[in-house]
Ligand binder design. Sequence first.
Ligand SMILES: C[C@@](CO)(OP(=O)(O)O)[C@H](O)COP(=O)(O)OP(=O)(O)OC[C@H]1O[C@@H](n2ccc(N)nc2=O)[C@H](O)[C@@H]1O
Ligand SMILES: Nc1ncnc2c1ncn2[C@@H]1O[C@H](COP(=O)(O)OP(=O)(O)O)[C@@H](O)[C@H]1O
Length: 302
Amino acid sequence: MLYNTGMDASLYFAPCKLNLFLHITGRRADGYHALQSIFLLLDHGDDLHISLRNDGRIMHKNPLAGVLPDHDLAIRAARALQSASGCQLGADIHCTKRTPMGGGLGGGSSDAATVLLALNQLWQLNYSRQQLMQIGLSLGADVPVFIFGQPAWAEGVGEQLSAVSLPTEMLEKYYVVVTPHVQVPTAEIFAHQALTRDTKPLRIADFSNGANSSAFWQNARNDMEAVVCALYPEVANTLAWLKQYGDARMSGSGASVFVAVDSAEKADELIAQRPENTSGFWAKGLKYHPLFALANDEIVAG
Ligand SMILES: C[C@@](CO)(OP(=O)(O)O)[C@H](O)COP(=O)(O)OP(=O)(O)OC[C@H]1O[C@@H](n2ccc(N)nc2=O)[C@H](O)[C@@H]1O
Ligand SMILES: Nc1ncnc2c1ncn2[C@@H]1O[C@H](COP(=O)(O)OP(=O)(O)O)[C@@H](O)[C@H]1O
């Protein structure tokens, strides 16, 4: 078989995500929590340069500060795909990091998903989207949604995904994302005794019927927000500041908070005025992950 063995790195995008709401509806026997969420991917994220190696090695060209290369989700994803497929090829991976790490924006999970999609192409594996999502789930609960690649209603631990069509005005919004400079450990928040774990499940139909009214969103919140705000005043203060400009929420387990505004000018203004010791960006929602086409969907017999 002829492979593209040219040593030119190819560029692949890894978008970040927002949890537009996040409800915890229960706890499973294995300690993981049952969630309901709507994920929206944004046109802001990391750039991964990935090129083929013939010697089977997976190399990180610029290890991230504080993350051992062997622990990096991009590297772990490549190794997981290699062991699932038995592929003898390898890869060099270089990451230009833009998504704040540990910020509730799924940056590491997205890097992993992008590596799976890119290597599916570069190694000519022709794995289906469902197969890649399964491998992704073994790396983290947030990985499958990036391979799914569309605005999604999520249940289970985030792996049961259905496409939702967001109202046009939500895709036209400018999402202002502000991240206080604190690390919020996801496991610590999930383990906290004060966490709300019994939110009444919503039905996807509630969303489909109610998205254009404010009824659905009035009942939707982030169940991790109260615990994170109590433990991390920086998050509470940044959220309180952002709430002046709209229905601001936290994404995932924080520390990032976000609000949707109507213009790029307003978004620029908020980013310029953001509190000290925070970073910030604004972005638009994506209808599709730019690498969506790198996996095919299985045809399910009807
Ligand atoms: C909270 C969410 C919402 O999108 O996002 P982030 O804030 O991390 O971006 C996710 O559920 C996070 O997913 P992810 O970051 O992949 O978590 P994982 O690495 O799988 O799990 C980290 C730890 O969190 C706990 N955990 C995670 C997911 C879940 N549904 N229940 C849990 O109890 C477990 O203790 C697990 O060991
Ligand atoms: N490629 C990667 N990018 C970011 N973080 C990574 C990566 N690989 C491993 N990690 C580790 O995973 C943790 C969570 O990262 P990230 O996915 O950015 O945040 P979150 O889960 O809060 O959305 C980081 O603090 C870091 O230690």
